[in-house]
Design a protein. Structure first.
Length: 110
């Protein structure tokens, strides 16, 4: 399959084929199937984000003991792993500088 260039905003969960459509953080080269997989990861992350909203109203639960927060963190790491795999050299360098790929869910580096 043919790879095309896309512009990704993790913050807004958007994947654009035109660079000027909206603000973006990262560039990738992907097939249609890989774009579909990334969109599915964004949907999973959004579901966990909604769960964390409701959990935030229950005081006294430590962050690392809460399943919604752990799920959100895992989903976000998977998004960055996928973008890293599909990314341009600049995108890969940027994600590696963030050091998000080698962190455990407790925030410590593996």
């Amino acid at each position: 399959m043919e790879r095309n260039k896309y512009y990704v905003s993790v913050q807004s969960r958007s994947i654009m084929s035109n660079q000027g459509d909206a603000a973006y953080e990262l560039e990738i080269e992907a097939t249609d199937e890989e774009i579909k997989q990334l969109q599915e990861l964004f949907e999973v992350e959004e579901d966990f984000e909604i769960d964390t909203f409701w959990r935030a109203h229950a005081a006294g639960i430590p962050y690392h003991y809460d399943q919604a927060n752990v799920g959100y963190d895992m989903a976000l790491q998977e998004i960055y792993r996928k973008i890293h795999a599909l990314g341009t050299k600049e995108t890969k360098d940027q994600i590696e500088k963030m050091q998000i790929l080698n962190q455990s869910l407790t925030g410590e580096r593996d």
